[in-house]
Design a protein around this ligand. Structure first.
Ligand code: SF4
Length: 338
């Protein structure tokens, strides 16, 4: 499969104010010391040098606890914010700097499904108006064709009878139906790639599996690539072909999903997998319990950023950041144990 999409060395730092510090200065005439204030800026390193590739028609997962930077990556990709550093390629073209016209084209090719469908649905628009709007913006088809296309895509996402939804408003639908409408709105312009940010996490458990299945079916039918962002590694296991496990703004392990689930190499991936209820006990052997909570992204630990929570931390882990090591083909992890 060819790479459709690639992220290289992506960083996003947010300023969180300044620290005032005392510094001793020598006054050159009198050799006396004076204490003055200097400012030292503090940054939240939300995304701290992330690289990955997504193949054509692949579902690639970004997995990790909240605050690990995965949602920020999604928002950087759809250009809701600008990166501090790094490059993002779609079909070989760097999309970090785009002209107004190129940006419009880009928005047609890359869509986003949000965790809360209300983020993409205007409460004052009927379902017809909401789903048709991207066709209006991109001037695709005549009015009648657009309405036919809306009806057909509502059917594709499982809203039956499809015509009964056209004049309804988002608040008249269930959470699962609203998410299907949001997915229909994203897919109606035939994007090449979709960023799905926790698309099932606000849905009832009873309809999550159904929604995941529908997304895989739509991926096949529309020939899509999907970047699937989730905090739930068991959800990633069901939906994704490959995945990257993130911790405090960095990828700690990536590879084919089956390889990571069956043979996790990084202690953090092992810990996430060890608490998934329906994974083979042989795979979960040697359950790992994480120590403490996630540190702040404005105060990332020295050395391996996972060291304060890692039950295997050694002296070197507190000094040196581990490099990425190839565990097997397409499977890498960063840990001094490897
Ligand atoms: Fe644990 Fe050290 Fe590996 Fe980091 S490098 S995951 S602290 S063993």
């Amino acid at each position: 499969m060819a790479n459709l999409f690639e992220v290289r060395g992506l960083k996003k730092y947010f300023p969180v104010g300044t620290n005032l510090q005392f510094v001793n200065l020598k006054m050159f005439h009198f050799q006396m010391k004076q204490r003055v204030f200097t400012k030292e800026e503090e940054w939240v390193r939300a995304v701290d040098g992330v690289s990955f590739k997504v193949d054509d028609r692949e579902v690639f997962g970004l997995v990790g606890e909240s605050g690990c930077g995965k949602t920020t990556i999604g928002r950087l990709i759809v250009k809701l914010m600008e990166p501090t550093e790094g490059d993002i390629y779609l079909d070989g073209k760097n999309i970090v700097k785009l002209s107004k016209n190129e940006l419009k084209d880009f928005r047609k090719n890359v869509g986003m499904i949000f965790q809360d469908p209300y983020d993409s649905l205007n409460p004052r628009f009927t379902i017809l108006e909401s789903v048709k709007e991207p066709l209006d913006i991109h001037r695709i088809g005549e009015r009648e064709d657009r309405i036919k296309k809306v009806v057909s895509i509502l059917k594709e996402v499982g809203l039956n009878p499809e015509k009964s939804f056209l004049k309804r408003y988002p608040h008249e639908l269930s959470g699962g139906q609203r998410q299907r409408v949001a997915i229909a709105r994203t897919l109606i312009v035939n994007p090449k790639m979709v960023i799905a940010d926790e698309p099932c996490s606000m849905l009832d458990v009873s309809i999550r599996a159904e929604t995941m299945k529908m997304m895989i079916k739509l991926k096949e039918e529309f020939g899509l690539s999907i970047l699937y962002i989730t905090h739930d590694i068991s959800e990633a296991r069901n939906v994704t072909d490959s995945m990257a496990v993130m911790y405090l703004g960095k990828i700690v392990e990536s590879g084919r999903t089956d390889d990571i689930i069956e043979n996790p190499s990084h202690p953090y991936s092992k810990a996430l997998i060890s608490v998934v209820p329906d994974i083979d006990p042989d795979i979960k052997r040697g359950k790992i319990e994480l120590l403490g909570g996630v540190p702040s992204s404005s105060n990332i630990p020295k050395g391996c950023r996972f060291n304060p929570r890692c039950p295997y931390a050694m002296d070197i882990c507190r000094e040196k950041e581990p490099d990425y090591i190839r565990v097997e083909k397409d499977h890498i992890a960063s840990c001094h144990l490897l």
